[in-house]
Design a protein around this ligand. Sequence first.
Ligand SMILES: [Zn+2]
Ligand SMILES: [Zn+2]
Length: 118
Amino acid sequence: MSLISFKDNTGSEIFNNVLSESLHENHERLTNQNISFLNNCEKCIVCGNGMEKNEETQILQPLLKHHVSYFPQVIAYVHCKCHQKIHDPENPITSLIQYEKGDSLKFYNQKKAIGAMA
Ligand SMILES: [Zn+2]
Ligand SMILES: [Zn+2]
């Protein structure tokens, strides 16, 4: 059973509009924090397609944020399955991985440290 379900499309459409709006707001907020984005939150940078809908609920599936670089922060929006392609151990998409090994750990440790101070 899914958490949210709608009897007709009207409900999911309203929900999707609200969702899309909040995704844009979030995007805007991050852009203001000196974070660079390679693309728009509605399109996947790997395959170029827009957000997919859950077949059952007709709810949009927000794209994932993939860090292309951590210092400085550069982010690209991708589908979950396309994200797996970027990090494919055998054939990674190296043009979208511009950070050094260990950067992500350093980044999340820093974030944790900042969080602890707040
Ligand atoms: Zn994609
Ligand atoms: Zn990633």
